[in-house]
Write a protein that binds this ligand. Structure first.
Ligand SMILES: [Zn+2]
Ligand SMILES: [Zn+2]
Ligand SMILES: [Zn+2]
Ligand SMILES: [Zn+2]
Length: 142
């Protein structure tokens, strides 16, 4: 059971599925374990399921951004855009946001931007980073 899909049981599977991940919207590329719903086509990477629910990203250090599995209802009135790619945020997209600053970013944009930064500084501050970056396990696989 995961907070983003509370209506059904999820099964952890070893083999990547060919479905598009419901969290990051990407087809499998991580060779990661996955969660698959036993009752419907819902599917997501284990690494997506394990993403931190709040995280201080380097591109928004004032406040931690909160993970949401859909655009919160209060923001539906106006079209909201991702600050990182400028793309529209669909109501069903996973996103990270700061309610104080009205800062929104697609889940996958926030994650890849953070990973880029980590890879860039990877060599010099490896040990520090290892503790600091929840996303590190993802790019160790690259
Ligand atoms: Zn995913
Ligand atoms: Zn389901
Ligand atoms: Zn985006
Ligand atoms: Zn903020």
């Amino acid at each position: 059971m995961h907070q983003s899909h509370t209506q059904h049981q999820l099964a952890l599977i070893q083999r990547p599925s060919s479905f598009k991940c419901d969290a990051c919207n990407m087809e499998d590329s991580t060779k990661d374990m996955s969660y698959k719903c036993v009752d419907c086509p819902f599917w997501m990477h284990k690494s997506c399921a394990d993403a931190p629910t709040s995280f201080v990203f380097h591109f928004h250090q004032k406040h931690p951004l909160m993970l949401s599995f859909s655009l919160p209802q209060v923001y539906h009135k106006f079209a909201q855009h991702c600050r990182l790619c400028n793309g529209k945020l669909g109501e069903l997209n996973w996103l990270y946001y700061c309610s104080k600053c009205r800062y929104f970013a697609h889940f996958q944009c926030a994650r890849s931007r953070q990973m880029l930064r980590c890879c860039f500084t990877f060599a010099s501050i490896f040990t520090y980073l290892f503790d600091a970056c929840f996303f590190l396990s993802l790019h160790l696989a690259f």
